[in-house]
Write a protein that binds this ligand. Sequence first.
Ligand code: SAH
Ligand code: SF4
Length: 363
Amino acid sequence: MTAESTEAEPSASPSPIGRYDVDRDGLAELLAGLPRYRVDQVWEGLYTHRHGPDEMTTLPKDLRERLGRSLLPSLSPAARSVSDDGDTVKYLWTLGDGAQVETVLMHYDDRTTVCVSSQAGCAMGCGFCATGQAGFERHLSVGEIVEQVIEAQRQADRDERRVSNVVFMGMGEPMANYDATWAAVERLHGDLGLSARHLTISTVGIIPGIERLATEALPVNLAVSLHAANDELRDELVPINRRYPLDDLAASCDHYRAAKGRRLSFEWAMIAGVNDRDRDAEELGDYAYALGAHVNLIPLNPTPGYPTIGTPPERIRQFRDLLRARRVRVTVRQNRGTEIDAACGQLRAEQQIAGPVRRRKGS
Ligand code: SAH
Ligand code: SF4
């Protein structure tokens, strides 16, 4: 028997697993009986070279074939749109069971950011959000999250860029899928080499999740989707506020900041006539200043289920200045890829209406 055919001998008949769901121990099990260095080679192939088994030319052919049958990709492309002259690429993926999620890759002058989904759908029911309007489907696995970054990096490789930042701001509520989210964070840090200060978890304000995050060794950035700084309005816009009201949320944010010394930011989708009045700026200013938080203002993207318009640019600037007058650090965020519906959940929403093939400029 040749060395090659011995190596390719299956140690058992494992059921297929997502390529990025397998951990090192699982891989070692899959490669039981083969030399130890094979584990490192495959791991390096997956993470350093972002190769599928068929591209791992350092492996014997029959081992590649066997791994190709056992380590399946989790994501198949359903749609891909390019905008901002190639600087924003948005993906819609179909998962093994037919669920669909979105990922966005954004190149900036000084960084390349990937926005990943943590769930298919979301149970939090924020009325202005396309994902919330569609409801909850299921949690994503660690591999389904990590593979979104791998695929984005494969595109970035072609663009001669390196993914430097990952934000959990796609579909779903990361804190409601904590274990997989955190395992993905550790994988991105340990195996893709992303630094903790370039990883950001965005939450609608799930306090037990923030508390748990404060106990983790890796200090990641925390973003909280605030959108209102009084309980009456926030109960309406972000229904989970009824369970985790603003005073408790502030205490938890303060605790996180003290424990980790990491940047805390508040997201504020600016909704015309709803949360862009002077008194909203005053309430937000007081709330953010007390916590030393940075505020990101984002014009609302109108969605089919919430046809209110976003605040016009002139009013956004005034609102920003009201916050600055209260000594709050504030950024007006460009809505990257509006042209391709890059707000959370919108590509999928449109896809379900428009059918499977969707192309835009440059795609
Ligand atoms: N569930 C988490 C992570 C998703 S982040 C969270 O809510 O924080 C997605 C961000 O986009 C959140 O800040 C969310 O409030 C915001 N968002 C959702 N729908 C939007 C819309 N139609 N226009 C602008 N921002 C929106
Ligand atoms: Fe879920 Fe976030 Fe959308 Fe709210 S804004 S429904 S928490 S994804």
